[in-house]
Write a protein that binds this ligand. Structure first.
Ligand code: CP
Ligand code: NVA
Length: 301
């Protein structure tokens, strides 16, 4: 049994396998072929935070493969009234085949995993968002044919998605440059680990320098869930870190523009670039479904 709390819970082989299965399932869905690969399997989905893509893609992934999902809003659960995470993990394990959880604190998914007897999947924590990166790697592979050697530039806040992207890039053999202001760097331990794994990870201040010759330009919101109180400070600190036509001009001619969504046009990305011809953001969103199907199959199929 395996938990997926971090990108590091997946080897390069696991990831390539998931991408291949994801591509195959995508093709099947386009052709209208149905599968019952998850017949009689259930997925409990605990959400402490809002979601559109993650919730819907997991629910549809399960129903498409003949399985069942349960959306569990933390506010409606006994956990919201003081039942422990450990007891919740033990109880849910008696009913379902896997648990996915979107949590405020990464330690909550770790605690769930420690006590669950079924696989636990991190559906976003303050530290990582591995499910997003699987869909992103699938998207990059579709557009660039190969992952190895591609240069991805992250512009803006070095947040949870950035942390997982650094690890994902390094595991599959991509280079990553992060352009962020002082104080918005990705987690030190993640950068250190990625470099120890032999990856090329640059942390730069100048977004133009970082974006030069990029194959992929990636950004995420400046104000993540939980950062709302810092709104004004963040808008001001991150003002020079927008993906716009200036950065597009220094990247490779066939650069793809990525964003995990939800997006705020005029903040981390200009409307022109978000809705322009280089943008692949809705393919990324779609690929959440296909990549997560492959991930679930790997864990409980
Ligand atoms: N990208 C992503 O995880 O979107 P949601 O917050 O809508 O799930
Ligand atoms: N960094 C964002 C990602 C949302 C999908 C957040 O944590 O809110």
């Amino acid at each position: 049994m395996k938990h997926v709390l971090s990108m590091t819970d997946l080897s390069k082989e696991d990831i390539m396998d998931i991408l291949e299965t994801g591509e195959d399932l995508k093709e099947k869905r386009i052709k209208g072929k149905v599968t019952d690969l998850l017949k009689n399997k259930s997925l409990a989905m605990i959400f402490e935070k809002s979601s559109t893509r993650t919730r819907v893609s997991f629910e549809v992934a399960m129903s498409d493969m003949g399985g069942h999902s349960l959306y569990l809003n933390q506010r409606d659960m006994q956990i919201g009234r003081g039942e422990t995470v450990a007891d919740t993990a033990k109880v849910l394990s008696r009913y379902v085949s896997a648990i996915t959880a979107r949590v405020n604190s990464h330690s909550t998914v770790e605690e769930l995993a420690e006590h669950a007897t079924v696989p636990v999947i991190n559906a976003l924590s303050d530290k990582e968002h591995p499910c997003q990166i699987l869909a992103d790697l699938l998207t990059i592979k579709e557009y660039k044919s190969t992952l190895e050697g591609q240069k991805l530039t992250w512009v803006g806040d070095g947040n949870n998605v950035c942390n997982s992207m650094i690890l994902g890039c390094v595991i599959v053999g991509m280079e990553i440059a992060v352009a962020c202001p002082d104080g918005y760097e990705p987690d030190d331990d993640i950068v250190k680990m990625a470099r120890e794994m032999g990856g090329k990870v640059e942390i730069l201040r100048d977004p133009i320098e970082a974006s030069t010759d990029a194959d992929v330009l990636y950004t995420d919101v400046w104000i993540s869930m939980g950062d709302e109180e810092e709104r004004d400070k963040r808008l001001s600190d991150l003002a020079d870190y927008q993906i716009n036509s200036t950065l597009l001009d220094v990247a490779k001619n066939d650069v793809i523009i990525m964003h995990c969504l939800p997006a705020h046009r005029g903040e981390e990305i200009s409307a022109e670039v978000m809705d322009g011809t280089h943008s692949v953001v809705f393919d990324q969103a779609e690929n959440r479904l296909h990549a997560q199907k492959a991930l679930i199959l790997k864990l409980i199929g």
